[in-house]
Design a binder for this molecule. Structure first.
Ligand SMILES: Nc1ncnc2c1ncn2[C@@H]1O[C@H](COP(=O)(O)OP(=O)(O)O)[C@@H](O)[C@H]1O
Ligand SMILES: [Mg+2]
Length: 317
């Protein structure tokens, strides 16, 4: 769908913000780009809709070079959501959302239907919100409108540059959840920039970890969590991640012979139990048996979990 071939971007200072990047984003994919500040995420994103011109290489969308598209055609068919809420303050919510459909000369009726449907879809009751001005909405509500505006003209691709990072944690979680649900309904190709690993793991079908304008690792959330390619990725996961999210019970289960009769008298946990549940049980019991689909597959002990936690905290410094 979107292909980068040896793409580089140098700004005037002659440093490469993006360095010979090769990348293929698939149709319908939720693709997350993550990395520390200054690693080239925004540059990468803005090259897709030609807000920034690449210095070298080629970007193709559906096989066609982006430079061969009419610039309006390209921009109008790519939704774009920014970190800063960028609604026009003097226009109503409805007018803000209608901008691109109007440029594309949709009929008034068609635009109104679309705006109302979309507002309702993200939980903003159209009757109540469409005639308000942005200032009459909370930050979270405004950012919802930002998302709706990017979707308005039904683009195949949506670019999102840290869209939720200015929000309070609660609105942020809610918008992430809504975006996931929305993505399952509309099946668009979403390229989403984040600097938060938790967010990336939650949203991404695949995650591209960047550093200094280059790709360090590209894979599914599971691949990255289980096999970080180097210390940089490991640290990135560790520094921003919460141990309870990365906890892997398999790594501390001690196998045991099924004939051991005493296993039946032990208190049980499930392989799917969270770290919190397991810790609570270990307060009262030295040793627990681990159950998977009715079968005991091993034991975990207080000692093994303390070792696990100690190792993790050492690795986190
Ligand atoms: N307009 C610009 N002129 C010169 N350097 C820039 C410009 N925009 C970004 N940069 C530099 O390019 C690098 C990548 O920036 P950016 O893509 O914004 O990173 P990120 O979004 O990952 O924080 C940084 O070193 C930044 O200082
Ligand atoms: Mg940026």
């Amino acid at each position: 769908m979107i292909v980068f071939e040896n793409v580089s971007k140098k700004y005037d200072n002659n440093q490469s913000a993006v360095n010979y990047l090769n990348l293929e984003i698939k149709k319908g994919e939720f693709f997350v780009i993550i990395g520390p500040s200054g690693c080239g995420k925004t540059t990468l994103l803005k090259m897709i809709n030609r807000l920034i011109h690449l210095t070298e290489g080629t970007i193709r969308i559906e096989g066609k070079r982006i430079s061969d598209y009419d610039i309006h055609e390209l921009r109008w068919n790519i939704g774009y959501v920014l970190q800063q809420i960028a609604l026009f303050p003097h226009m109503t919510i409805e007018e803000n959302v209608a901008i691109v459909p109007e440029l594309k000369k949709w009929s008034k009726k068609q635009i109104q239907c679309r705006v109302h449907d979309l507002l309702n879809m993200v939980g903003l009751e159209a009757e109540k919100y469409s005639h308000r001005k942005p200032a009459e909405l909370s930050g979270g509500e405004q950012q919802r409108v930002g998302v709706v505006r990017a979707l308005a003209a039904d683009p195949e691709i949506i670019l999102m540059d840290e869209p939720f990072s200015a929000l309070d944690p609660l609105s942020r979680t809610k918008l992430q959840d809504d975006l996931l649900t929305l993505q399952r309904t509309i099946k668009k190709t979403i390229v989403f920039v984040s600097h938060d690993m938790q967010e990336a793991l939650k949203l991404g079908d695949r995650i591209c970890v960047m550093k200094d304008g280059e790709i360090v690792q590209l894979g599914t959330p599971q691949e990255i969590m289980q096999n970080p390619v180097n210390d940089f990725v490991r640290e990135f996961i560790g520094l921003t991640g919460d141990i309870s999210d990365t906890f892997n019970i398999q790594s501390i289960i001690q196998p045991i012979s099924k004939e051991d009769g005493y296993l039946q008298v032990l208190h049980k946990v499930s392989v799917n139990d969270s770290l919190r549940v397991i810790l609570n049980k270990l307060v009262h019991h030295e040793c627990l048996s681990v159950d998977r689909d009715g079968e005991i597959i091993g034991i975990i002990t207080r000692e093994s979990i303390i070792k696990y936690l100690a190792k993790d905290s050492l690795e986190r410094g």
